[in-house]
Design a binder for this molecule. Structure first.
Ligand code: GDP
Ligand code: ZN
Length: 292
């Protein structure tokens, strides 16, 4: 039989076939080969007769491997923001987009609480991220608006959910998967790092796909990287890179910078560029600390 590992605890792997979850052990072989199964792995297993138990016999090829939390085969990162309160910190969106680009997975921005949103906010937000490469979904867990599209985006994929607390992550998951039943106003407690070790990620079956239940704040932590490479992760800058006067232009205060000119002409959203400068400075600071 085949299934996806949704949880791993103390040598047991819980394999979801879509119809049932089997408690499986991995053969000793895997441990010798240093190839231990991970949550998210698609595996082959031998069920014990008449029981929801079995032995994993093979691990399918991994498309990707995320380290924090440890999950295989993540297809996309989804950032949930609220269109009303709490107000989205746009820097979080940009950080999530950057992490998705670094991990080579798709990025999804889920704008929840659209029932309370002003048109001005939605227009401004859409304009800001229209050329960012992220897919945007406007939804309301309260009214059900847009949930069909969200379900379609999750179907058949493994999605890591991130977002500030109280944006409505639990409400959305409950609305799409009533069986999962997360406490509204409660999921945020798990983001407390002391309580929830990121190593024990669990996949929740939601809308024909899986959602990683760790809110994934590690996705929003900036990892050290060369600030000079940052611009490569901005799809909206792509057309202008290589057109600056200096080949090593980092698009800050250099003269004849094609990126800055594009911002002035309104071809690159000003906010995205402003936060590029902020992230650049943060990365520079991380680099500086490393060599202190
Ligand atoms: P989480 O911390 O991200 O899991 O957020 P919760 O799901 O616990 O929701 C936080 C609060 O926002 C709760 O009071 C919800 O009732 C409310 N909420 C969630 N979704 C919506 C929505 O679509 N519209 C409105 N108006 N409120 C919502
Ligand atoms: Zn430049």
């Amino acid at each position: 039989m085949n299934g996806t590992i949704v949880k791993g605890i103390g040598g047991f792997y819980y394999v979801d076939t879509g119809d049932a979850v089997y408690e499986c052990r991995a053969r000793g072989l895997f441990r010798l080969e240093q190839n231990t199964p991970l949550v998210g792995d698609f595996v082959e297993f031998l069920p014990e007769e008449g029981k929801l138990k079995g032995y994993i016999t093979a691990i399918g090829e991994r498309r990707s491997r995320m380290l924090r939390p440890q999950v295989a085969n993540v297809d996309q990162f989804a950032l949930v923001v609220a269109a009303s309160a709490p107000r989205p910190g746009p820097l979080l969106c940009d950080k999530l987009l950057l992490q998705a680009a670094l991990a080579k997975v798709a990025a999804l921005i889920v704008i929840n609480k659209c029932d309370e949103a002003s048109k001005a906010f939605l227009d401004a937000f859409s304009a800001e991220y229209a050329s960012s490469g992220a897919k945007m979904l406007f939804v309301s867990a309260r009214t059900g608006f847009g949930l069909d599209q969200l379900a379609a985006a999750l179907k058949g994929r493994i999605t890591c959910f991130a977002g500030q607390s109280a944006v409505g992550k639990s409400s959305l998951i409950n609305a799409l998967a009533p069986g999962v039943s997360l406490k509204v106003g409660g999921l945020s407690k798990k983001t407390d790092r002391g309580r929830h070790t990121t190593r024990h990620a669990e996949l929740l079956r939601v809308a024909g796909g899986y959602v990683v239940d760790t809110p994934g704040f590690s996705l929003l932590e900036l990892l050290p990287m060369d600030p000079a490479e940052l611009c490569q992760y901005y799809p909206e800058m792509k057309d202008f890179l290589g057109q600056c006067r200096f080949p090593d232009c980092q698009h800050r205060a250099e003269p004849d910078c094609a990126v800055k000119e594009a911002v002035e002409k309104g071809l690159i959203p000003e906010g995205r560029y402003g936060r590029y400068l902020q992230l650049w400075a943060e990365l520079k600071e991380l680099e500086r600390k490393k060599y202190d």
